[in-house]
Write a protein that binds this ligand. Structure first.
Ligand code: ZN
Length: 178
């Protein structure tokens, strides 16, 4: 009788060093991961629907990436599977318009960020906006992310902690000692 293999709650943190993961395990074991996140990210956002999300993205684009290609659409997407590590996507859909081939660029953000700390939503949007300039996750790409959101790397890490926290919550093992 094999019990189903438990889902690894640290799966969102693939790529971070083992010493970092040990610290995360320690926070979880002490039941402090939620406290850490609430203390660091007390602010929710008001970007509740696709219209507000489009405006949020366009304001950032106007400020930092005025000359980047146009965005046709920015929307929350229930179908984005965050387990695949994609928290957001930028796609270019080619359509024929008036005899010309045009690429309509769309940003999609995983729907769970509708109800997430403000900086975390901004981190996702900034990441996808930066892909308007560069497809690769190279140095220039991350420099642009940091330019649009100082502390980008910290917020990305904390967003992965947040996903870990939500996964643990769903498994009801956030505070093993209570
Ligand atoms: Zn990316």
């Amino acid at each position: 009788m094999n019990a189903p293999r438990p889902v690894d709650p640290l799966r969102f943190l693939g790529g971070y060093p083992p010493s970092t993961l040990d610290q995360v395990r320690e926070l979880i074991a002490q039941g402090q991961l939620g406290d850490y996140l609430v203390r660091r990210y007390p602010d929710r956002h008001d970007v509740r629907n696709d219209g507000a999300l489009y405006e949020h993205a366009m304001a950032l684009k106007q400020r930092y990436l005025r000359n980047a290609p146009l965005l046709a659409k920015v929307a929350y997407d229930n179908r984005l599977q965050i387990d695949q590590r994609a928290l957001g996507t930028l796609t270019a859909v080619s359509r024929v318009q008036g005899g010309q081939l045009k690429a309509k660029r769309e940003i999609r953000v995983a729907a769970l960020f509708r109800d997430a700390p403000a900086q975390m939503l901004q981190m996702i949007v900034v990441h996808e906006l930066a892909h308007l300039k560069s497809r690769e996750h190279d140095k220039a790409f991350y420099a642009l992310c940091e330019h649009m959101l100082p502390d980008y790397h910290q917020v990305e890490f904390d967003t992965r902690l947040y996903l870990t926290w939500r996964a643990l919550e769903a498994m009801d093992i956030t505070a093993p000692n209570t």
